[in-house]
Design a binder for this molecule. Sequence first.
Ligand SMILES: [Zn+2]
Length: 84
Amino acid sequence: MADKVCPDCGQDDTLVVTHEEEKWLHGFGDDQVELRAVVPVYSCKDEECGHRYTNHEAFKIQRDVVRAHYDQLGFSDRTLYPWP
Ligand SMILES: [Zn+2]
């Protein structure tokens, strides 16, 4: 499923995947927490391009982390996070 064409420079076989920890703030005010997840990051190894991006795989992993966070808080109201 790995797409090997860089979406920025369009070259073939320049993408490498690394797994990196992403941190982000979730929620507001007193409920704000820092969540983190290790996600696949695609990087173009062409030096002039150097494009980096994450895709739906990272989104899914981060979504699962948010969901686990809500579960931990005891939220079961799915309207708060209406994801499938
Ligand atoms: Zn590139």
